[in-house]
Design a protein. Structure first.
Length: 538
């Protein structure tokens, strides 16, 4: 009789041990239930995903290094992050060679009316944006709730949020008068801020450079900001001065800080910049003031766009604020007033020079620089500007910043990206920021200059603005977060919009998902409208 080898005995023993488990699994598989002690327990089946995004490098938005993982999406949420090779899905998206990131959030736009006229927001979505915040620089819809209802009824392709605007509220209560409010007027403005916050605004914005906001004293803004603070709102400010028009850039930053500290409110400085020759190379000083305030305990941050040219209305850029009271008709009367005319034209000439000179002011409507128009019309730049204003005005692109200051701000951990643009116009004029801001940061400052890592660039576009707004389930890739997702090629992502052709769509951003729906599919807008109106959850 042959004695089995020790190896054979071990093998047979292992089979006997595994046989019950194999039988049990087979039984469970056929019955979809687990039976224990006479009780039946239904098994949880592996889900069928609506989408699986596979083979990509995931940048989760927090600043952590990228990692490889598949992402399973069910409905409007991220359900699973991991290896999903054998899982069932209605559609798989191959992200080989690409980054998979949270949807970008534009914390600074002026899409107050564009969201209704162009609800598909194609120029925003093609940049990778899944959420935009309107109502900046003091100009916002009023009443907020009524406007947000209209957006919801319209149906939009992108998530939409808004601030409430001080300029709009002040004008509603006081018109364009250059004086402090009465107690009754201040009380009415405070009520409007409170109502706006209750209806979903994320904070109070000011445009203290523009009329009528620049007529407000600091104490007025503090009182209104205190109301917004009660609803956990932000104080978001286009500073009173980004150059040396009145109090100067450094003092304007300090004013924003004073408002934040006195009102007990978080502060967001809008499109931070050193505008014009008098404040070039002041970026380190500005950041020093911000860092000192943070050390004292003030939660202050800022946003910026990646261009050294700004854009605004020509009249606002060069006509002194004190002379704009009462609107255009009153302004023209002052120009014709012998006692004021010389002073006004002198200040306009100074403001043109402050922005870099007439040869740096590109008049969008005329498609020419102010200096060229003055030569063409045989007059000086001031008279050319007056002529443009009286013939319907124009926006102006002003080349007034330095790369040094822009890049110094960009490297700060306290900054984030905002376009200062809008849902795009379909003509071929204006600033390229409405079509190119976010891919420009990725191309120029992450890939080419390597001023930012990919992870830091994405953080500035995703979790940083999401945290600012209290959107804890957006701007990040994690289980349970909303499926706002961008897939882009780091080798080809690029802005194509220029000052000559500002409405060119970017390249290299292939897929954009909003609330679990594919709105940009292989660089084509699908026409879907899964966007939501987002409101402050105070």
């Amino acid at each position: 009789m042959l004695v089995p080898s020790l190896l054979t005995m071990k093998k047979n023993a292992l089979i006997l041990l595994l046989l019950p488990a194999v039988c049990l699994l087979s039984f469970i598989s056929s019955n979809r239930n687990l039976h224990i002690a006479g009780e039946s327990y239904p098994l949880q089946e592996t889900p069928t995903y609506d989408y699986i995004i596979e083979n990509g490098r995931v940048i989760d938005g927090t600043g952590n290094p990228w990692f490889r993982a598949d992402i399973g999406i069910i409905g409007d949420k991220i359900h699973t992050i991991g290896a999903l090779g054998s899982a069932k899905a209605k559609r798989r998206v191959d992200a080989s060679g690409m980054f998979v990131t949270p949807g970008f959030i534009d914390i600074h736009t002026h899409s107050n009316t564009g969201i209704l006229s162009m609800p598909q927001a194609e120029n925003s979505l093609r940049q990778g944006l899944t959420t935009i915040v309107a109502g900046n620089c003091g100009g916002a819809p009023l009443p907020v709730g009524e406007f947000l209802d209209r957006v919801t009824e319209k149906g939009v392709s992108i998530n939409y949020a808004t601030l409430t605007g001080h300029n709009t509220i002040r004008r509603e209560v006081m018109g364009s008068e250059n004086r402090p409010p009465t107690d009754a007027e201040l009380s009415e403005m405070k009520q409007l801020v409170a109502l706006s916050m209750q209806e979903g605004a994320f904070g109070l914005s000011t445009g203290l450079y523009y009329t009528p906001g620049n007529y407000a004293e600091t104490t007025e803004i503090i009182e209104l900001a205190r109301v917004a603070a009660k609803y956990n709102g932000l104080y978001v400010s286009h500073l009173r001065d980004e150059s040396d028009y009145n109090i100067g850039l450094l003092e304007a930053v300090k004013e924003a800080i004073l408002i934040g500290e006195e009102a007990g409110i978080r502060v967001q400085i809008s499109h931070l910049k050193c505008l014009g020759k008098p404040v070039w190379n002041k970026s380190e000083e500005v950041l020093g003031i911000i860092e000192e305030a943070r050390e004292r305990g003030l939660d202050i941050r800022f946003d910026q766009y990646p261009y050294t040219a700004s854009s605004t209305n020509l009249w606002s850029a060069i006509f002194p604020a004190w002379a704009r009271e009462g609107g255009n008709a009153a302004s023209y009367e002052r120009l014709d007033n012998p006692d004021l005319s010389i002073r006004l034209r002198s200040e306009m000439r100074d403001n043109i020079e402050r922005r870099g000179g007439a040869n740096t002011l590109y008049v969008v409507r005329e498609k020419a620089f102010l200096s060229d128009l003055a030569e063409k019309w045989n007059c000086d730049p001031v008279e050319a500007a007056i002529r443009i204003q009286k013939n319907g005005s124009s926006s102006v692109i002003s080349y007034n910043m330095t790369d040094h200051d822009l890049e110094t701000f960009l490297k700060s951990p306290y900054g984030m990206i905002g376009s200062d643009g809008s849902i795009g116009r379909q003509d071929n004029s204006g600033h390229p920021r409405s079509f190119g801001t976010f891919p420009r940061v990725l191309r120029l400052y992450a890939r080419e200059k390597q001023l930012l890592t990919w992870e830091e660039a994405v953080r500035k576009m995703t979790s940083a603005p999401a945290e600012r707004l209290g959107l804890w389930d957006r701007g990040i890739i994690r289980n349970g977060a909303f499926a706002d997702i961008v897939i882009f090629d780091p080798l080809t992502v690029s802005d194509k919009a220029t000052y000559e052709s500002p409405t060119e769509y970017p390249e290299g951003i292939f897929y954009v998902m909003v609330n679990g729906k594919m709105v940009i599919d292989n660089q084509i807008h699908t026409g879907l409208t899964p966007g939501k109106v987002l409101t402050n959850s105070w």
